[in-house]
Structures are given as C-alpha cells and as structure tokens.
Design a protein. Structure first.
Length: 120
C-alpha cells in the first residue's frame, strides 16, 4: 500500500491537525499525545471538512443516586467536531458519537525512522 509522508514525528503539536493530499483524497492527520489518527477530511453528513473542526473532549453527565450533579469533560474520549453542522466523531475510531454506524473514513498511520506516514 502506498504511503504519503505527513511530517516528522513531533512536528504536529499535540491536538493539532495536518491536512495532506493523496491524489484526490484529502486526509486529516491528528496528533493526540504519541498517537496519530488519520481520517478522510470529508464528513459523512453533507461533505464538510470534518477534520478541520474543533478537537475537544466528550462531555459526560455526572449522576449519583439518580440525581444530576452536572457535567464534566472526558479527556480520554476526544471528539472531532465537524465545523459545518457540529456532528461529533470519536477521535479513536472515527465513529459518530450518536450513531456508530456513521463513520469517518479511517486510514492507517505508520511512524518510522522519525517520520509519520499515512497509508492510502
Ligand atoms: S457536513 Fe459535517 S456535520 Fe454536516
């Protein structure tokens, strides 16, 4: 499978995205800590540039004994938020937060010899 050079390891800031082109494909590569995630920059809703939206933690309700105590952020579940209409996708697997059958197209990422590549 062909690989496309994305960047040197560490060149993308933690939480940031780099958009790369592979032929007709536009792919967003997002760094989270030491991992990289790559998705087609095409939202399955209406074609928006999903990878260029905010990356933010999921919001969790805090409920104890049936009583709503408030909300908190879940830093272990980062979301990609499409900038057009706000569809949210799990960074870990590209699935939509509300409907796991809706997914961003995922690509494998390889880190080798100090560089990051996306497999297309
Ligand atoms: S195009 Fe992404 S939410 Fe509508």
């Amino acid at each position: 499978m062909p690989e496309v050079l994305v960047c040197a390891q560490g060149e993308i800031a933690d939480g940031a995205v780099r958009i790369v082109n592979a032929g007709r494909l536009e792919i967003g590569v997002i760094r989270r800590a030491d991992k990289y995630f790559a998705y087609r920059n095409l939202c399955p809703h209406q074609g928006g540039p999903a990878c260029e939206g905010l990356r933010m933690p999921g919001v969790r309700s805090v409920i104890e004994n049936g009583i709503f105590l408030g909300q908190t952020f879940d830093e272990d579940d980062m979301h990609i938020v499409c900038p057009w209409h706000g569809y949210e996708f799990h960074l870990a697997d590209g699935s939509n937060v509300c409907d796991p059958n809706i997914k961003l197209q995922r690509f494998d990422v390889v880190q080798r010899d100090g560089a990051v590549y996306v497999v297309v």
